[in-house]
Design a protein around this ligand. Structure first.
Ligand code: GRF
Length: 213
């Protein structure tokens, strides 16, 4: 059983896609052992509570400085003893120490086709605003492993989404979620739970079949 902790900041629709995937068995052999939000008002916390998933808020506002906040965040993660960490719309840069301790055991969903429209400052609606401003015809979402940079880790899964002429950032954000994020994040977790994913350097390899142990 793959035990995952999901880190969230907002609405939690990606968290919901994971919960639904486990319930309808498109994600196998996986348990969400905890949900952590940096934002007390995140609806994602309600989604966890509704399903009796242990949920906690670790807010930077409750700590004197970044280092203490990071310490508390890491402590909370440890309390859940996860095998794997999923960043599902988590808007905080994660501590260097966490990246080290969970090397190749953290994934993130980003709402563009990396390496376009990613890195510092590209989060939430800003990504989709930039996509529309640049006038690209195809965008999408990426699941990647997390390293110490911002959106620089090994790319795992990507899915394209077409931009329409009349799109607003909000409309495009919703389509990217529906047609890409909610599909590839659960799929990524399922592949990991099946033991089919290997990271080597900056490349991610997916084995066709589960390895017999
Ligand atoms: C998603 O677009 C995710 O890719 C981005 O933030 C949004 C979070 O949405 N990083 P939700 O909280 O999962 O609804």
């Amino acid at each position: 059983m793959l035990k995952i902790v999901v880190l969230v900041s907002g609405g939690g629709t990606n968290l919901q896609a994971i919960i639904d995937g486990i319930e309808n068995q498109t994600i196998h052999n996986t348990e969400i052992v905890g949900v952590i939000s940096n934002n007390r008002n995140a609806y994602a916390l309600k989604r966890a509570e509704q399903k009796n998933i242990p949920a906690a808020c670790i807010s930077p506002k409750d700590y004197e400085n970044r280092a203490l906040f990071y310490q508390a965040l890491l402590k909370k993660v440890h309390e859940f003893s996860p095998d794997f960490i999923v960043l599902a719309g988590f808007l905080v840069a994660i501590p260097e120490e966490m990246v080290k301790q969970y090397e190749n055991r953290i994934i993130n969903i980003h709402p563009s086709l990396i390496p376009s429209f990613c890195g510092v400052g590209y989060y939430g609606l800003k990504v989709h605003e930039a996509v529309l401003q640049r006038g690209v015809k195809i965008t999408g979402a990426t699941v990647h492993f997390v390293d110490s940079g911002t959106d620089t880790g090994p790319i795992f899964l990507q899915k394209e989404v077409y931009v329409e002429e009349e799109d607003t950032p909000e409309v495009l954000q919703r389509r990217v979620m529906e047609q890409a994020e909610w599909l590839i994040l659960p799929k990524a977790i399922d592949l990991i739970a099946q033991g089919r994913v290997f990271v080597s350097g900056n490349k991610v390899y997916v084995k066709e079949h589960e390895i017999e142990s």
